[in-house]
Design a protein around this ligand. Structure first.
Ligand code: 6PG
Length: 504
């Protein structure tokens, strides 16, 4: 027995996780049903190692060979597509003789409820543990954000490996320490991983991370459309604006890569590549799950849901082209240079405010589900491990960390003084952006749904009083009264000539 960790599934994520684990001094046994992928991973490691650096990856031809190769209790990392493939590999591991103390870690984007079921399903055969991974290919290779959950004893066992391979944050600045060098991992700084909680919680937290990711991406896309269709700016110039924003309060990995995408020329036509990319967005489901969960729990997350709808509407290109010819919109507006500058400044504020709302939605959703599931989630720690490695990494996560360190039971991020004060200062500019988008007929579903969210929470009285009246009118659904104890139900006899009020 010579390997410390097994990795099954050598797609880009699995291969890069294996290389990352090996970089950190662990011997890794690797397997994939596709032998070419095994060979590619082994060859890549050999090529990356400089003379004198040990090669630590070992190819396995089947799962029995992998089990025989691993020190016990075994640690086996699964990097296979979510859904049936996870159970397929688990069953094969059982057939190959996996033992009851061995730990299998699912790193895919699995549905959190599947993870809960799997922990129970496999408990007599092995320890089913999970660790959601964020950070894409580069993250997996040089430091992802890792969201482990399941048996705490399994966590204690894998913790040193996880802390070694995770992205690192400089504890004084709160900023990522990035070094993308094979064989030279970042060993200093705070690792972006923390034990999230019982089975399912890590995948739930990752799911919400992705919901926020969808909204964050869509917000930037809306800014792009407002600047291009609204102000008539070129993709390259919009990239410059984004690069400028990236230096300030809106600093984020997504802002940085958006600028880079906008400034990339198409190798075929030399036009901006972004203009040659078909405007139909794909999705694999995690944003949708977040929106569904928010509806099921009754936690408002309209900005996240709108981001999922925006992808859906984008795919209906034919219908959009037909309706483009049928539906009227406003005439184009022209802007003076000074007005353009003001528009861009307002948009920066609008993006920031909407971004705060989308994080507020995500964190509140996690809190509400945690309550239902009886998980005790540490939101300061969750915000901390999203400061580096993951797709939504941003300077702003430091302020969220601070807000939850100041008050671990914050019901909503908008309650934190740091955010309520900034949004109160910026809301007028946000409104100007939303007004401009409406008046120019440019859709901004996330920016504008976020302001409706902000304004809804600002309202002491919402029109739900009328709504309850309507419900009582047609369905005797009853209502509570403002002047009577909460929980007391009343009904008006709407159909009677003499309408009388009864306490139900
Ligand atoms: C990450 C990403 C990653 C992936 C998702 C989203 O955190 O590293 O979220 O998990 O990109 O699958 O993908 P879709 O946009 O295809 O749903």
């Amino acid at each position: 027995k010579q390997s410390h960790v097994g990795v099954i599934g050598l797609g880009v994520m699995g291969k890069n996780l294996a290389l990352n684990i090996a970089d950190n001094g662990y011997h890794v046994a690797v397997f994939d049903l596709d032998t070419q992928k095994v060979n590619a991973a082994i060859t890549q490691e050999q090529n990356e190692r400089k003379t004198g650096i040990a090669v630590r990856m070992q190819a396995c031809h089947n799962l029995s060979e992998m089990l025989a190769n691993l020190t016990t209790p075994r640690v086996i990392v699964l990097s296979v597509p979510a859904g049936a493939p996870v159970d397929g590999v688990c069953k094969s591991l059982i057939e190959a003789g996996i033992e009851v103390n061995d730990i299998v870690i699912d790193t895919g984007n699995s549905l959190w409820t599947d993870t809960i079921e799997r922990e129970a399903l496999y408990k007599d055969q092995f320890v089913f543990f999970s660790s959601a991974v964020s950070g894409g290919e580069v993250g997996a290779r040089f430091g992802p954000s890792l969201m482990p959950s399941g048996h705490e004893s399994a966590w204690r066992y894998v913790e040193p490996i996880w802390k070694a391979i995770a992205a690192k944050v400089d504890s004084t600045t709160g900023l990522p320490i990035e070094r993308f060098e094979p064989g030279n991992p970042v060993t200093e700084g705070e690792p972006c991983t923390t034990y999230i909680g019982p089975a399912g919680s890590g995948h739930y937290v990752k799911m919400v991370h992705n919901g926020i990711e969808y909204a964050d991406m869509q917000l930037i896309c809306e800014a792009y459309q407002l600047l291009s269709d609204g102000l008539g700016m070129s993709a390259h110039d919009i990239g410059d604006v984004f690069n400028g924003w990236n230096k300030g309060i809106l600093n984020s990995y997504l802002m940085e890569i958006s600028a880079e995408v906008l400034q990339q020329a198409d190798p075929l036509t030399s036009k901006p590549l972004v203009e040659m990319i078909l405007d139909k967005a794909g999705q694999k489901g995690t944003g949708l799950w977040t929106a569904v969960s928010s509806l099921q729990i009754g936690c408002p997350a309209p900005t996240i849901a709108e981001a999922v709808y925006a992808r859906a509407v984008s795919t209906q290109k034919n219908l959009r082209m037909q309706l483009n010819a049928k539906l009227a919109g406003p005439a184009p507006v022209s802007f003076s240079d000074a007005e353009k500058v003001e528009f861009i400044a307002n948009l920066e504020d609008a993006l920031y405010c909407a971004k705060v709302c989308c994080y507020a939605q995500g964190f509140q959703l996690m809190a509400m589900n945690a309550k239902e599931q009886k998980w005790s989630l540490d939101f300061a720690e969750i915000a901390k491990i999203w400061r580096a490695g993951c797709i939504i990494r941003a300077r702003f996560l430091q302020s969220i960390t601070q807000a939850y360190q100041d008050d671990a039971n914050l019901e909503n991020l908008l309650m934190a003084d740091s955010f309520s004060q900034t949004l109160s200062q910026k809301h007028l500019n946000w409104r100007k952006t939303v007004a401009a988008s409406v008046m120019q007929g440019i859709p901004a579903p996330c920016i504008s749904s976020a302001i409706a969210y902000y304004d809804s929470y600002r309202c002491e009285t919402l029109p739900a009083n009328l709504l309850q009246g309507q419900r009582d009118f047609f369905g005797s659904h009853t209502f509570e009264r403002v002047d009577k104890p909460a929980g007391d139900k009343y009904h008006l006899d709407w159909s009677a000539k003499q309408r009388t009020l009864s306490k139900m």
